[in-house]
Design a protein around this ligand. Structure first.
Ligand SMILES: Nc1ncnc2c1ncn2[C@@H]1O[C@H](COP(=O)(O)OP(=O)(O)OP(=O)(O)O)[C@@H](O)[C@H]1O
Ligand SMILES: [Mg+2]
Length: 238
């Protein structure tokens, strides 16, 4: 079953076209990766799909809803971790969970989430005192407070140390095992290979390849795919 449908999506900021005619579909229960270098348009794509930014044109359906016109209803069924999220420095971890829970009609038990994400010990810590990695972990957990069917995670493991990265990967796999659909934005092909069922590689606002990580490596080579792959892996395909 398709949970996300994007057809010919476009978004331009003044003179800069960030998303230049992207089409893709994501099935229920998939971990779908969006990989690409800085400025490729990944965050803009996720912001449009989650109703945080208005598109210029194209068709967008998430769980059968248009993120722009059905925003309120959609927010109750999706979770979003943004690349540049922030909370007030003085807010404590458990207060952040409580705050997020108040935004949803039917939130999950956030104490269970806090525990699962290893945050219970830090529940009285202020947001401003957390290291970058712990902030990141908190934001992922907060994206799950509403009990979403679809989660958008933008730059999941940027800034995490290798052990925290692997822990996070395991937690993401658990989300899929529970039937959630995960859209994962990443700069790292190793992360996409470890986690994603399918990946789209975005370059300059366009998708240059979509497939399973193994398919991408096998796919007919093009110059743009070769250079994007090199930028994402440090490895030359040819
Ligand atoms: N609010 C904005 N106003 C103007 N231009 C923007 C804005 N947000 C993004 N852009 C431009 O749109 C393009 C795509 O940006 P976007 O943030 O979607 O890329 P990205 O793939 O998420 O990059 P990164 O990997 O660095 O996070 C870039 O050229 C960026 O400079
Ligand atoms: Mg981004």
């Amino acid at each position: 079953m398709t949970v996300i449908e994007i057809e010919n999506l476009r978004k331009t900021y003044k003179s800069r076209t960030a998303v230049d005619g992207i089409s893709l579909t994501v099935d229920r229960g998939e971990i779908f990766g969006i990989a690409g270098t800085n400025g490729a348009g990944k965050t803009t794509l996720v912001e449009c799909a989650s109703g945080l930014r208005h598109r210029d044109s194209g068709v967008l359906r998430v769980l059968g809803m248009d993120p722009q016109t059905d925003r309120r209803a959609l927010q109750q069924r999706i979770g979003v971790q943004l690349q540049e999220s922030a909370l007030p420095d003085a807010l404590k971890v458990d207060e952040a969970f409580r705050l997020y829970a108040s935004l949803y009609d039917d939130p999950v038990d956030w104490r269970v989430l806090m525990d699962e994400w290893g945050l219970t010990e830090r529940r009285r810590a202020r947001f401003g005192s957390l290291s970058g990695g712990w902030k990141q972990r908190l934001f992922i957990a907060l994206a799950l407070v509403g009990g979403p069917e679809v989660v958008f995670l933008d730059e999941l493991t940027t800034g995490l140390d290798p052990a925290a990265r692997r822990t996070t990967w395991d937690l993401i796999r658990k989300l899929r095992d529970r039937g959630l659909t995960v859209v994962l934005v990443t700069h790292f092909m190793d992360e996409a290979e470890a986690l994603c069922d399918r990946v789209s590689i975005v370059d300059n606002g366009r998708i240059i390849a979509t497939g399973s990580p193994a398919d991408l490596i096998r796919q007919a080579r093009t110059d743009s795919l070769d250079s994007a792959y090199l930028a994402l892996t440090g490895k030359d395909l040819s």
